[in-house]
Write a protein that binds this ligand. Structure first.
Ligand code: NAP
Length: 484
């Protein structure tokens, strides 16, 4: 290290499985460029879980990232089963790294079914909301529920992030993939936020695509996409798909970026079957380190590594995931080859000219949607019952007939089953019972909610209620299949 130059502190988490091998490769290559990084090595993941820490992330690691504001992280294993949460998701959420950038591009020397397609696209995935809130319940012994939470603020933030990221790399097209046709409120929030934010970027072509068609289009004509903004779960799935377009998870880097902290890691996991064998492809982690160097403003060092990776791949030095594990170059030898190629430039392949990413300033207010008017117009009561829909409906009508609410319908897994529709919907032990206020317009006070629940409790077991709200005259709930 050059004592006359400042050292940039970075938290380094080797991780689990193949993590230490790929992180070591990336670290050695970064150091070989002369980048002045002061690594703070920290722990997280499987070993920490096994010591009995349910988060998988020790306090020292949290404090280190809080100090350095930048981490290079190997994959962390998530124990299968109940109890523990993913340490990866914990880290992303703890530091509000709301933007997950997952770029892929066609690479020299890596044969795929898409080698001639010149793919160069980035999935920009919302990183802290959606089903990854991990809020789940067994509502009855046989029915599980997961909450999909999507906020207007989170959706606007990631949409703006997508456009700013496009600008920082000179890209001109941004698409947004959602399932807004089915989840009109949750995924629809992302679609509406994206379309609103897009108006601020008239220089960038933007469009919405339904996520299942996005998967289809990504395989059929991947070159049409430059930046693809998604909600968390959709982005997780689509970005594994996009990695396969360019050679697989061994080539897919990522960055988790927030306004304070950035965590760089490969898209892949700990691939335990390859751990310790010196056969795995470290390119994803090396390219994640390239993203980190650009984030730190070390553009020359980043470009030097990217050129060296391309020169290495062009020369036919390839790992087992490309050539077959009996013939591939070992992980450590591959890293040596890249170090040996530092300073060389690829002539046939271009390196993207990146500028520092300018993140949009955030409104510090926790919520910036304030309706001028809101009403509670009814109540959904979720009931566990062994009865048939007709029996349950009749019983609920009898129990509640003299309250301020009337039973509008009962549904099973989102389909109306009472009053009878003539359809052949199966029912189980889980029902949603929708009560609507009798007067219009109405605003239901909690005393009436309590009265209704007390009546239902006389005969039935309820486990969850949801107020049916209207904000500025807009329905804050969806209708069921078959409900008018
Ligand atoms: P995975 O570790 O990503 O491995 C899936 C497959 O992808 C591997 O079997 C291998 O395919 C290929 N692969 C992964 N990394 C590769 C690399 N560097 N080079 C070449 N090929 C690579 O996914 P998983 O098996 O589902 O998950 C294992 C553990 O990792 C789980 O505990 C999971 O929760 C965790 N995980 C962590 C992260 C993270 O830290 N961000 C992300 C995902 C998963 P082949 O079998 O075809 O060779």
């Amino acid at each position: 290290m050059d004592a006359s130059k400042p050292t940039i502190p970075v938290t380094l988490i080797p991780g689990d499985g193949i993590g230490p091998e790929v992180v070591t490769a990336a670290r050695r290559i970064v150091e070989a460029t002369g980048a002045q990084i002061g690594w703070e090595e920290q722990r997280a993941g499987a070993a920490v879980f096994k010591e009995g820490m349910p988060s998988g992330v020790p306090q020292e690691t949290i404090e280190s990232i809080g100090r350095t504001r930048v981490a290079l992280k190997g994959p962390l294993e998530t124990p299968v089963g109940f109890g523990e949460k993913s340490a990866n998701v914990t880290l992303r959420k703890l530091f509000e790294t709301y933007g997950n950038i997952r770029p892929v591009r066609t690479l020299p020397g890596v044969p795929t079914a898409f080698s001639d397609r010149n793919i160069d696209l980035v999935v920009v995935r919302e990183n802290v909301e959606d089903l990854y809130a991990g809020i789940e319940y067994m509502q009855t012994p046989s029915v599980a529920q997961a909450l999909k939470l999507i906020s207007v603020k989170g959706s606007e933030k990631i949409s703006r992030f997508g456009f700013e990221y496009a600008r920082s790399e000179g890209r001109t097209k941004v698409a947004c993939a959602t399932k807004a046709n089915i989840m009109k409120l949750s995924e629809g929030t992302m679609k509406r936020a994206f379309e609103k934010v897009a108006l601020d970027y008239p220089d960038i072509e933007s469009w919405h695509v339904i996520v299942d068609n996005a998967a289809h289009q990504l395989v059929k004509r991947p070159e049409q996409f430059e930046v693809l903004v998604t909600t968390n779960m959709n982005g997780d799935i689509l970005s594994d798909l996009t990695s396969a377009l360019v050679g697989g998870l061994g080539f897919a880097p990522s960055a988790n970026i927030g306004n304070e902290v950035a965590i760089f890691e490969a898209v892949h996991g700990s691939a335990p079957k390859y751990a310790g064998k010196d056969v795995i492809n470290p390119t994803a982690m090396i390219l994640s380190a390239v993203m980190m160097l650009r984030y730190l403003g070390l553009f020359d060092e980043a470009a030097a590594i990217e050129h060296a990776v391309f020169v290495t791949l062009e020369s036919g030095v390839l790992t087992g995931d490309v050539l077959g594990y009996d013939r591939g170059t070992p992980t450590s030898t591959y890293a040596d080859a890249i170090i040996g190629n530092l300073g060389q430039r690829t002539e046939a392949w271009t390196i993207r000219d990146a500028k520092k990413l300018v993140l949009p300033a955030l409104d510090p207010a926790p919520d910036y949607v304030r309706p001028t008017e809101r009403n509670v117009v009814g109540l959904d009561v979720f009931v566990e019952s062994p009865l048939s829909a007709a029996e349950l409906g009749a019983s609920l009508m009898e129990l509640t007939h003299d309250t301020r609410l009337s039973l509008k319908m009962v549904s099973s897994r989102g389909t109306k089953v009472f009053p009878p529709t003539g359809a052949m919907t199966e029912t189980g032990d889980h029902f949603r019972c929708r009560f609507i206020i009798k007067e219009t317009p109405g605003d239901l006070p909690d005393e009436d909610v309590n009265q209704l629940l007390a009546r239902i409790s006389r005969r039935h077991r309820w486990m969850h209620i949801e107020k049916l709200q209207e904000f500025d005259g807009e329905l804050g709930f969806t209708r069921d299949q078959g409900e008018n």
